[in-house]
Design a protein around this ligand. Structure first.
Ligand code: ADP
Ligand code: MG
Length: 464
């Protein structure tokens, strides 16, 4: 068969999207977005798949942790592939934002990271050039968080310390943190801004411990003028990391350095965190980003549509449709918009309301039936008459531990969440704990019909 280059490319694209799907399922949303989403498909050379990444740091990381897995998975969809090569293709400075609306973290690229001092790449995480204050759409739900972030970026001495921003996933917390970092870097190149996720902080710390090199670890962080730690709920339960984080935190505050923290819930709700740390986190300014309103969603979509106007026209009716139907968060909104853009380009049809409905049909159906982990926790807690807090607590008494295991089991069955993600939602437990819980419930179901009944009842309840 004589394949035309175009169809080869299309085949490769399809394979790549399958492989990406498998990677996402295997490593979970967070790891996928951080490390794998920035990969771009370059093509096939001989038997090797060429992938490009925006920075050397990412290349090294992906090479060390994921390249072999990518090769293995790729062979499943195309056995002719037998290798993966990674190349660095920097994103040039000042490049206009690409005409899509991928989430913040999926394109971590910044020219500064091309030849950074070793410590900088070691310690921080890349910033997305698209996540600036200019590209952030302000509305009622996020105006307070925006104003606070802007103030922190504007002033050389901390107006409040820490700034603690919390709210649900996909509502712009990371975007705001990147925006602060960009503005400070632009304004004052001497100030050292360190941005990273709490997971990465933990990872760095554990690595330092392993290599008995905690001194330089401490130095790295303590020399920051502005330290931003994203998704701090992830350090719940990790005691030594917490301790180190707390010391770093105090040292920096004492030295008058700015700290910015984000989390998916308020300081007082952070489970698995020591009381003194929890209360300390709430000393500065605590602001929350609220769920989006229809108006904000529409405005965000209009802004994105304007960015690509000239290339593609998106009728107002489509934007309104999206703003009305995709209510969960901005990330999903962007995802839906991108899907429509991609498909309409692919099939060469103009974007209409009908096409949008057609493309999003499955997504919307799944979306309407979707169950969240929080909902599962609430239902299970009600069913067994325990407190929701016990879903997160460390208590091991059977009366709470068993319902908790049931909830973990249902979370795995009814949501697309990975084991680590589920663990986090249950007071920052390890994924092995979740795995154990699932096995345990599976075993018990075969011997305890009552438990089986409970689970079926809950499942029906949850599916409405
Ligand atoms: P979070 O960190 O709260 O989970 P992100 O900051 O990653 O959310 O936001 C998810 C996506 O939505 C990102 O691509 C971000 O740029 C976009 N986004 C969120 N809020 C806004 C906003 N107000 N204006 C423009 N884009 C936004
Ligand atoms: Mg985030």
């Amino acid at each position: 068969m004589n394949l035309q280059p175009k169809s080869v490319a299309r085949d490769l694209d399809r394979q790549w999207s399958q492989v990406r799907g498998m990677l996402r399922a295997e490593f979970g949303e967070t790891a996928f977005n951080t490390w794998l989403a920035p990969l771009d498909l370059g093509g096939l050379e001989g038997e090797r798949i060429m992938l490009s990444v925006p920075t050397r740091f990412l290349r090294d990381w992906v090479a060390a942790h994921y390249a072999d897995r990518i090769r293995v998975l790729w062979r499943r969809v195309n056995p002719e592939v037998n290798g993966v090569a990674l190349g660095v293709v920097p994103v040039p400075a000042g490049r206009p934002p690409p005409a899509d609306a991928r989430p913040c973290r999926t394109a971590p690229a910044h020219p500064q990271f091309e030849s950074p001092p070793a410590s900088e790449t070691e310690v921080g995480a890349p910033l997305d050039p698209r996540c600036t204050f200019e590209s952030f759409v302000v509305g009622r739900p996020n105006e307070l968080a925006y104003a606070a972030a802007k103030r922190v970026a504007d002033l050389a001495t901390p107006p409040f310390n820490p700034l603690f921003v919390y709210g649900g996933v996909g509502l712009g917390k990371t975007h705001l943190m990147h925006a602060i970092a960009w503005q400070i870097r632009r304004q004052d190149t001497m100030r050292r801004v360190v941005y990273l996720s709490a997971e990465k902080f933990m990872y760095q710390f554990i690595k330092a411990l392993r290599f008995k090199d905690t001194m330089s670890f401490k130095e790295l962080f303590r020399s920051a003028d502005v330290l931003m730690v994203d998704d701090v709920q992830f350090i719940g339960g990790k005691e030594t990391t917490q301790e180190e984080f707390f010391h770093t935190f105090n040292t920096l505050v004492d030295r008058g350095r700015q700290i910015v923290i984000s989390a998916d819930r308020s300081p007082s709700e952070l489970s698995g965190l020591e009381e003194r740390i929890r209360s300390r986190l709430g000393w500065g300014l605590v602001v929350d980003v609220h769920p989006t309103t229809y108006e904000l969603r529409l405005e965000i979509l209009q802004t994105k549509a304007q960015m690509i106007a000239g290339e593609v026209e998106i009728p107002a009716s489509v934007l309104e449709f999206l703003a009305r139907r995709i209510t969960s968060n901005v990330r999903e909104l962007e995802g839906a918009l991108n899907r429509i853009l991609a498909q309409s380009t692919l099939v060469g049809r103009a974007i209409t309301l009908e096409l949008a409905q057609e493309i999003l049909h499955d997504l919307l159906r799944a979306y309407e039936r979707r169950v969240t982990i929080e909902e599962i926790q609430r239902r299970v807690a009600e069913h067994y008459g325990i407190r929701i807090a016990d879903m997160h607590s460390a208590r091991r008494a059977r009366a709470v531990a068993r319902p908790r295991q049931v909830a973990m089991y249902l979370a795995k069955q009814l949501t697309p969440r990975s084991l680590p993600e589920i663990g986090r939602k249950f007071g920052g437990r390890d994924h092995t704990t979740v795995m154990y819980a699932i096995r345990k419930i599976e075993d018990l179901r075969t011997t305890e019909p009552l438990l089986s009944d409970d689970i079926e009842t809950l499942r029906r309840l949850l599916h409405g």
